[in-house]
Design a protein around this ligand. Structure first.
Ligand SMILES: Nc1ncnc2c1ncn2[C@@H]1O[C@H](COP(=O)(O)OP(=O)(O)OP(=O)(O)O)[C@@H](O)[C@H]1O
Length: 297
């Protein structure tokens, strides 16, 4: 089934702001409890995804199950379509005017491209963290965390926001470093701290899935390690799909891996996927073995 591009023009959220999360306001739990209830874990299933920019096909019938409560790593050489695939998982691909796609993406069994479903709904439930940390630089740390609430039309009392900010910063591994300067601008933090602030901002709307596009590539080894620890803690409540060029990182943090390849100008496809240990220790395809052992790419 082909998908029209720009089939929903209601979104007005900045393209590079992650705005995920189920949006049930938990009024019944009292004014001082979390503003948005934590939804249950959900898996993502991509079925026969093909993608184009204009008439240039960049993905060919890619199918992948990203299990609930696991980290799935997308690996492969530059240009094989990993980021495009990731952006299809929360309907960001269609922000590119020339982009189109075919196939289905099921979140907990429901197609996020269902014409009955609002674009903002998919983006709320499937959040995204980018390669380059992108907090609102002039906005305070506190306001950065709660920014997504306003953008998704969710109201919260001051007390609810206070709780949410603390909870999300704790989960993102940043609370202890910023608890005494929540009113300082997000742009004043280090790169690693900014990336954790972006993770906290994503978490504030309770995503069911968090997509991460090389989230550590701009960070030093110490910040990278902190983000990796954060990912491993977060996966208990949010399914994570991460693009990484760092094979050690894929091994350290992922449960499942998918190896993408695009050969000689052909569209990207998945050569092999499976449990990370098996992909690294006993890959079925010699190209996977060559790639994970650094012999190409
Ligand atoms: N906005 C765009 N317009 C046109 N072509 C694009 C656009 N974005 C990506 N492409 C093309 O789509 C193909 C896949 O790119 P993509 O960024 O998904 O690959 P990737 O595997 O994530 O690469 P990398 O690891 O270098 O980030 C490439 O040929 C790229 O040039």
């Amino acid at each position: 089934m082909s998908r029209a591009t720009n089939d929903d023009t209601t979104i007005n959220i900045p393209a590079d702001l992650s705005v995920p999360g189920a949006s049930e306001v938990s009024a019944a739990r009292g004014a001082h409890r979390a503003v948005v209830r934590q939804p249950g874990l959900a898996g993502l299933v991509a079925r026969r995804i093909s993608a184009w920019f204009g008439d240039h096909q960049v993905l060919d019938r890619v199918s992948l199950t990203m299990a609930a409560g696991q980290v799935t790593a997308l690996i492969g050489p530059s240009g094989c379509g990993k980021s495009t695939f990731l952006r299809i998982l929360n309907r960001m691909h269609e922000l590119v005017p020339s982009a189109s796609l075919a196939g289905e993406v099921l979140l907990d069994g429901a197609d996020i491209y269902d014409p009955e479903r609002r674009l903002t709904d998919a983006r709320r439930q499937v959040g995204m963290v980018f390669q380059k940390p992108n907090p609102f630089p002039a906005m305070s740390i506190y306001d950065n965390v709660v920014a997504g609430l306003r953008l998704t039309g969710q109201k919260a009392s001051r007390a609810q926001k206070d709780i949410l900010v603390e909870e999300c910063l704790i989960k993102a591994g940043l609370w202890r470093e910023v608890r005494d300067r929540l009113r300082q601008p997000g742009g004043a933090l280090s790169g690693g701290q900014q990336q954790r602030l972006c993770i906290a901002r994503s978490l504030a709307i309770r995503p069911r899935v968090l997509l991460m596009d090389e989230p550590c590539s701009a960070l030093d080894p110490t910040s990278t390690r902190v983000i990796e620890e954060t990912i491993q803690e977060l996966v208990a409540e949010v399914t994570i799909v991460i693009v990484t060029h760092n094979m050690q990182q894929a091994q350290r943090i992922s449960d499942q891996c998918a190896f993408f390849l695009a050969e000689q100008g052909t569209p990207g496809y998945i050569v092999e996927h499976g449990a990370t240990d098996a992909m690294f220790d006993s890959p079925q395809d010699p190209r996977t073995a060559d790639y994970v052992h650094g012999r190409f790419g």
